[in-house]
Ligand binder design. Structure first.
Ligand code: NAP
Length: 249
């Protein structure tokens, strides 16, 4: 009997959850618990960390999980590494649902960097207006460049103070459109965009808007992850479980 664990927290994971629910697959959806009000879906849900790879292995055993589907964000590297280790330790099949990264076009002005520290170094020294499109837990590396005016966009309003002195916070869950992101950047006279290479359509409007407005983009590459089987579409993850999403079988 199949009993799947979906490591979630992304739009792709929610699409996968909807397909599993429709196909009648026994599955549990796991959230880290970062977002105050996660988007609802039709599967039983658990929230919070497992306690490292050992904790996840214990969960797999105690919940009799037969398949793990890692549909976390491409930058959720710790969770993905833990999933590889826990699945190896419990001999549980693992698939990653991971969209392809964005690739630059001839009209893009990207500075591609390996991590946040390199992104900070790539920002100019003269004060600039920066759309810093990264999660609130990743702002601290930018503290050495307090001279910039940073526009930030979060799903929830931040609880405490931010490590940057000059910020405007926009609270929005999206979806974001080319029109709205173009307007956001124009109205704030944004001169630089810092983005992680998330890939997919949900977050790409800002990249398209920056291209149109000829704004340079500091593009942070994805973290390296261990080799694991990977699909890009939720339907293919379902097929891996032995179900055809088109038939709902
Ligand atoms: P991370 O650094 O890889 O994970 C840190 C720890 O959080 C993990 O070791 C695990 O704790 C717990 N965790 C992460 N995802 C979990 C899940 N789906 N279920 C249960 N525990 C989870 O991850 P992150 O970058 O903080 O991202 C956290 C969540 O936000 C993920 O679910 C991810 O899909 C989502 N998200 C992240 C980003 C991003 O830019 N990183 C963007 C959009 C959504 P234990 O070790 O205790 O198990």
């Amino acid at each position: 009997m199949t009993r799947a664990l979906i490591l979630g927290g992304t739009g792709d994971a929610n699409r996968l959850a909807a397909l599993c629910a429709r196909a009648g697959i026994d599955a549990i959806y796991s959230y880290a618990g970062r977002t105050k009000i996660p988007l609802p879906h039709a599967l039983p849900t658990r929230i919070g960390g497992f306690g490292g790879p050992e904790g996840l292995a214990d969960f797999i055993r105690s919940e009799r999980i037969t398949h793990v589907m890692d549909a976390t964000h491409p930058f959720a590297a710790e969770m993905s590494r833990n999933a590889v280790a826990a699945c190896a330790a419990t001999s549980t099949p693992l698939i990653a649902l991971e969209r392809a990264p964005w690739t630059r076009t001839a009209d893009d002005n990207w500075i591609e960097v390996a991590d946040e520290a390199a992104a900070v170094a790539a920002l100019p020294d003269a004060p600039a207006r920066v759309f810093l499109a990264i999660g609130r837990q990743h702002l601290a590396p930018f503290a050495p460049k307090p001279q910039h005016a940073y526009t930030l966009r979060f799903v929830d309003a931040p609880d405490g103070s931010l490590p940057l002195p000059n910020t405007e916070v926009i609270v929005s869950r999206g979806p974001f459109t080319l029109q709205s992101d173009r307007e956001l950047m124009r109205s704030r006279s944004i001169t630089w965009l810092v983005s992680r290479n998330a890939g997919g359509d949900g977050a790409r409007a800002k990249i398209d808007a920056a291209r149109e407005l000829r704004i340079p983009v500091i593009m942070i590459a994805r973290p390296a992850l261990p080799e694991r089987p990977r699909v890009e579409q939720a339907e293919d993850a379902l097929a891996w479980l032995g179900h055809d999403a088109r038939l709902g079988a």
